[in-house]
Design a protein around this ligand. Structure first.
Ligand SMILES: CC(C)(COP(=O)(O)OP(=O)(O)OC[C@H]1O[C@@H](n2cnc3c(N)ncnc32)[C@H](O)[C@@H]1OP(=O)(O)O)[C@@H](O)C(=O)NCCC(=O)NCCS
Length: 175
């Protein structure tokens, strides 16, 4: 996938970098585990809709199905001065019975609200559409304003309330 250059993406220390959105593979497990470990507890709890302690196992799960046509994990990778750092991830899986894809997403705390999440959503949709998938659906908590805002900005529509604390949204993909 093509690198995306974000001038606005400046680290707290003022260093600029290029952000690439790419598909994860088995060699990314360790970096992904470090990424999950570095998230704040708040972001991590929102990402997993609850606490997870087994982050190395979660990272392994994310890439376990690399190469499987109905699953992929996208990484947002910051490249600067020869160094590569994961600053976001999106895990996608297609449910053939429900006939839609499902996803979960996170962006590292200091890089949030800089457009990385939206770019990953766009990449995910393109990728899913190229796989022949026609719909993506997801669930988040009712109090997750950032995910609800991101979904709305990406063109997803609310499809109703889930259990007492969750909300569902979905988007039909154009081909
Ligand atoms: C949800 C999340 C991935 C968004 O990523 P991001 O890179 O910060 O999002 P973007 O910068 O691309 O924001 C795109 C739009 O989303 C909405 N948005 C993002 N953060 C928001 C916030 N804190 N409050 C309200 N809306 C928000 C806005 O509409 C925003 O557009 P704008 O900046 O032009 O107003 C990020 O906040 C995150 O990692 N949250 C914790 C994990 C999580 O909740 N995951 C979802 C459950 S799987």
């Amino acid at each position: 996938m093509s690198p995306l250059s974000l001038d606005a993406l400046v680290e707290p220390n003022g260093t600029k970098g290029i952000v690439c959105i790419r598909v994860a593979d088995a060699s990314d497990v360790e970096c992904l585990s470090i990424y999950f470990t570095g998230l704040s507890a708040t972001t991590r709890n929102k990402r997993f809709m609850g606490a997870r302690a087994d982050l190395a196992a979660v990272a392994a799960e994310c890439v376990a199905k690399a190469g499987h046509p109905d699953h992929f994990t996208l990484l947002a990778e910051l490249r600067q001065e020869g160094q590569r750092t994961i600053i976001g991830e999106t895990r996608y899986a297609y449910d053939p019975a429900a006939r839609h894809g499902d996803f979960a997403i996170s962006v590292a705390d200091v890089f949030q609200r800089k457009g990385v999440g939206l770019r990953m959503m766009t990449s995910m949709e393109r990728h899913a559409s190229n796989l022949g998938h026609e719909m993506i659906a997801a669930e988040t908590t009712r109090v997750n304003a950032e995910m609800r805002g991101l979904a709305k900005k990406a063109g997803f529509e609310d499809t109703g309330l889930g259990d007492w604390q969750s909300v569902n949204f979905a988007k039909r993909l154009s081909r």
